[in-house]
Design a protein around this ligand. Structure first.
Ligand SMILES: N[C@H](CCC[C@H](N)C(=O)O)C(=O)O
Length: 278
């Protein structure tokens, strides 16, 4: 199977051009190739497919083989792939995902995509639709006890579920301990992606993330969007543009309140092309 290894802010996936390749049992393939010792090493697998509804389709799998409904860093890399590898010459494209069709603007320099701006759609705040179990209609800064500790979290879906927790410090967090406790908490029926966020100033936050199905990653695009929405809702930033610093890079997120649309802008990079016998 031919593949291209790419990353968005260090959130790295194996990309397969399914206009040319056929991938049987993608869940199993994702588990195998994601292993950083016995496989290629990645946070998961992303298939780039033809689509009836959009210019392309993104079919994303986490490292544990579970299907991901949306992937912010991944969709920026899909945009870079289809332009740089000649599947399109358009700089505005649409990509269908399990969370609907997304619209992207590609910023090209010397014939290659450097940055991508993604219309990530509207944030979902209704608890039952995220889903999180809560007696409240929306979960904004509400208490939850997980692993014997109390946290305050804000629940946001960007097509996939997120729990955003504001903390004093992120560096000292033992994510490998608390991450799985959040991911598998009974109050999150479909599991959840969890972001731990430190506010740096009234426009900037830094975050770490424990991703559903992949563990700690260096960045999470949908997570950065959920964090920006949660920061505005909790009043910890001014305005509606947030700079989100992640371990692997920085994303710019804007929540257009009139249109209720979230826009994420960030980089995408190719690491190498390869071929693997599965
Ligand atoms: N782990 C996520 C999918 C990948 C999201 C993340 N890598 C991003 O950039 O948005 C989930 O199961 O919902």
């Amino acid at each position: 199977m031919k593949f291209t290894k790419m990353h968005g802010c260090g959130n790295d996936y194996v990309y397969v051009n399914c206009f040319q390749e056929t991938v049987e049992h993608p869940e199993e393939v994702s588990r195998r190739i994601s292993d950083r010792h016995f496989g290629i090493g990645a946070d998961g697998l992303i298939l780039i497919k033809p689509s009836e509804k959009a210019d392309f389709e993104m079919d994303m799998y986490n490292a544990d083989g579970s299907s991901g409904a949306m992937c912010g860093n991944g969709i920026r890399c899909v945009a870079k792939y289809v332009y740089d590898y000649g599947l399109t010459d358009q700089t505005s494209i649409s990509v269908d995902t399990k969370s609907g069709v997304k619209y992207l603007d590609l910023m090209v320099k010397d014939g290659r995509v450097e940055q991508v701006r993604v219309n990530m759609g509207a944030p979902e705040l209704t608890a039952s639709r995220i889903p999180v179990l809560s007696e409240a209609e929306q979960v904004i800064g509400r208490p939850v006890e997980i692993g014997g500790e109390e946290y305050r979290y804000t629940a946001v879906s960007m097509g996939n579920p997120h729990a955003v927790v504001f903390v004093e410090e992120t560096d000292c967090l033992e994510l490998e301990k608390i991450g799985p406790l959040f991911e598998h908490y009974s109050g999150f029926p479909d599991r959840i992606n969890t972001e731990f966020v430190k506010v740096l100033d009234d426009r900037t936050v830094q975050m770490r993330v424990w991703e559903r199905g992949s563990g700690e990653t260096l960045a999470c695009g949908t997570g950065a969007c959920a964090v920006a929405v949660a920061a505005v809702l909790n009043g910890v930033v001014k305005g509606n543009q947030v700079t989100v610093k992640l371990l692997g890079g920085t994303l710019q997120v804007e929540w257009d309140r009139e249109k209720n649309l979230v826009f994420m802008t960030g980089p995408a990079a190719v690491v190498f092309d390869g071929e693997i016998n599965l």
